[in-house]
Write a protein that binds this ligand. Structure first.
Ligand SMILES: Nc1ncnc2c1ncn2[C@@H]1O[C@H](COP(=O)(O)OP(=O)(O)O)[C@@H](O)[C@H]1O
Ligand SMILES: [Mg+2]
Length: 599
């Protein structure tokens, strides 16, 4: 067919040229006949091609796949079309003359009708997929083909390879058949192999979108239960050292419980100061420092890779927590109402709601309990803090956040990092010129229904005409949020709204091939500029959390190093290398290890 199309393209030139030739007189009727015949041929071939394309796509879905069982009516319709199409093709194989094949009377109409029929099949298929997506909105985050492969399979295990796209950092579910012969999902396994065992197993029976919803609910319920338990035992088990307590729980659970205790202890110190104990904050700082030393001792010991990761992340966050308290002591901050405290990300277990809430200034957020294994956290620098604060304040006004700056300054990762702190799923989408409003609309619809965050990377690469449509979509979401609607109409469909949704865009302004954002879009996002990440601090704290104790001394050496010019991405690679080297050759001095890593 492709070969035919090419030939046909060159064929039609000749008559078009001859008709205007002035010696045409004697051949006029012949040429005219050929002209009309060839234009019919070209029309037929065009329809043929488009029908073939649609047929080819749907054939893969309807013939042989399990989708037939789900859509019996459509399958029957498709079979009829399939039969007709195959008949034409068999017929064609016998003739092998293009003109003969295409000029059979009624052929054009036949193809047009087949095309329409296929289009209807496609539409019913899309509607079918849409209903599935509305029941389990995370299906919005996988492609149509992937969704079809899930829906077309009768095995529960068909979701495994797509877990990583629908959940943050989750590799698989543990699936098995229990003693009563019912299929169950019992655990979630993260990409690193950390495990969260469900409190109650989920029966993976019936429709996949239904039991996936149960899995999602159980993930949150279990996570909440463990977080509450860990928070409770943190304070009770004084005879167990903190480092042992950490070993008992999942990484993110430790971070959350840790946050709750740190917030509580800091506020208690403020209270003690108010009661006249001037040293309260200093004592709090001493305790923080002790906790940190405990962690570092542990990090330098032999640990399983996952435990090491966990300790490293906790150390990274703890350093920031310690630094804040250090600042309070230094600047003599004595009241909880001071901006320095208000502007921190604070974790509270609210008794009334019996739930975890996170506050920053005027912002207040319910924790999302999205299990995400040991996906690590960033070093919190002043820039990170500034982005956090901008985002949380924007969210309280139902706006989005727009970090802007050169590549590799941490725009995307910082947004994701805050989502991690709030226990929310964050879906990163790379935008390009080819992105249309339908694709963006699908993702937005998914985000609203899941209560997830979306980070649209390099947003200003999208074509300006598409951006204006997207701005209408965003405005629609915002007004639903402002009116606190539970359901709203988006792109002609009524969908659920989960108020935890957040939409963020990152940009590299002034870079070649990028458009300036229209005002209508700009108005929906709070800008935050990221020019220079604090490399030195990131370096120091990363090394510290990897067990380097004298890293601070290296500052001066480090600054002149070419690696600093290489930017953050190169730096993180070197740091990871340094950690590996240190463990591989424990005899070497830290300085030597660093030098080697740099090479
Ligand atoms: N505060 C930080 N602490 C540790 N690593 C960071 C920090 N900020 C950024 N990075 C690292 O820098 C790299 C680039 O960040 P990224 O968010 O992808 O940049 P951008 O989106 O601005 O291009 C990532 O590997 C990220 O882990
Ligand atoms: Mg980015």
């Amino acid at each position: 067919m492709n070969a035919l199309e090419k030939k046909e393209g060159s064929g039609s030139v000749i008559p078009a040229h001859s008709i205007i030739c002035r010696f045409i007189g004697p051949f006029l009727s012949i040429v005219q006949k050929w002209d009309s015949q060839l234009s019919l041929v070209s029309e037929v071939i065009e329809e043929w091609m488009s029908t073939q394309r649609k047929w080819l796509y749907l054939e893969g879905i309807f013939v042989g796949g399990d989708i037939r069982v789900q859509l019996p009516e459509e399958a029957k319709k498709f079979d009829n079309i399939d039969k007709a199409y195959r008949k034409i093709m068999a017929d064609t194989a016998k003739r092998l003359n293009v003109v003969d094949c295409c000029t059979i009377s009624g052929r054009l109409e036949e193809f047009v009708n087949l095309g329409l029929g296929l289009q209807k099949c496609q539409k019913s298929l899309n509607d079918y997929l849409d209903t599935k997506r509305r029941i389990f909105p995370r299906f919005f985050f996988i492609s149509t083909d992937e969704l079809l492969s899930i829906l077309g399979s009768s095995e529960c295990s068909c979701v495994q390879e797509h877990m990583i796209k629908m959940f943050d950092n989750i590799k698989a579910l543990e699936l098995y058949v229990d003693h009563t012969n019912r299929p169950v999902a019992a655990k979630m396994i993260s990409a690193e192999g950390e495990i969260m065992e469900f409190r109650n197993v989920v029966y993976t029976e019936g429709r996949v979108e239904d039991w996936m919803n149960l899995v999602l609910q159980e993930m949150r319920r279990t996570n909440r239960y463990i977080t509450k338990k860990a928070t409770f035992w943190y304070g009770r088990n004084w005879h167990i050292p903190r480092t042992e307590w950490i070993l008992e729980y999942q990484g993110m659970v430790c971070l959350a419980a840790n946050g709750i205790w740190w917030t509580g202890e800091t506020e208690e110190s403020f209270l003690r100061i108010a009661k006249g104990n001037k040293r309260a904050m200093k004592e709090h700082l001493e305790q923080q420092n002790e906790q940190l030393s405990g962690l570092v001792v542990k990090v330098r010991q032999d640990l399983s890779p996952n435990d090491r990761l966990k300790f490293r992340t906790i150390t990274t966050i703890d350093v920031h927590a310690r630094d804040i308290i250090e600042g309070f002591v230094r600047d003599n901050i004595t009241k909880a109402q001071e901006f320095q405290w208000e502007s921190q990300l604070r974790f509270y277990w609210l008794k009334k709601e019996d739930n975890l809430w996170i506050r920053q200034c005027t912002g207040s957020f319910e924790y999302g309990y999205e299990y995400m294994g040991l996906n690590g956290r960033l070093v919190i620098t002043p820039l990170t803090d500034r982005i956090y604060l901008t985002i949380t304040q924007a969210l309280t006004m139902q706006l989005g956040g727009a970090p802007a700056g050169p590549a590799g300054t941490g725009k995307t990762e910082t947004t994701k990092d805050l989502a991690k702190a709030l226990g929310l799923l964050c879906v990163v989408t790379n935008c390009g010129e080819g992105m249309d409003f339908l694709a963006v609309g699908q993702i937005l619809a998914g985000l609203c229904q899941c209560g997830a965050w979306g980070c649209f990377d390099e947003f200003n690469r999208i074509d300006i005409s598409v951006l204006s449509v997207i701005s209408t979509q965003l405005q629609c979401i915002r007004s639903a949020l402002l009116m606190k609607l539970k359901r709203f109409t988006f792109e002609g469909q009524e969908i659920d709204m989960d108020t935890k949704v957040g939409i963020f865009i990152t940009m590299n302004p002034g870079y070649a091939g990028r458009t300036e954002l229209p005002e209508s879009v700009k108005a929906l996002f709070r800008p935050v500029v990221c020019i220079l990440p604090d490399l030195e601090m990131i370096c120091q704290i990363s090394l510290f959390s990897d067990g380097f104790l004298t890293a601070k001394l290296l500052e001066s050496n480090f600054q002149n190093n070419p690696i600093m010019i290489g930017g953050l991405r190169a730096l993180t690679a070197v740091l990871r290398m340094a950690g590996k080297l240190r463990r591989a050759s424990p005899g070497l001095s830290e300085m030597m290890v660093l030098m080697r890593a740099l090479r």
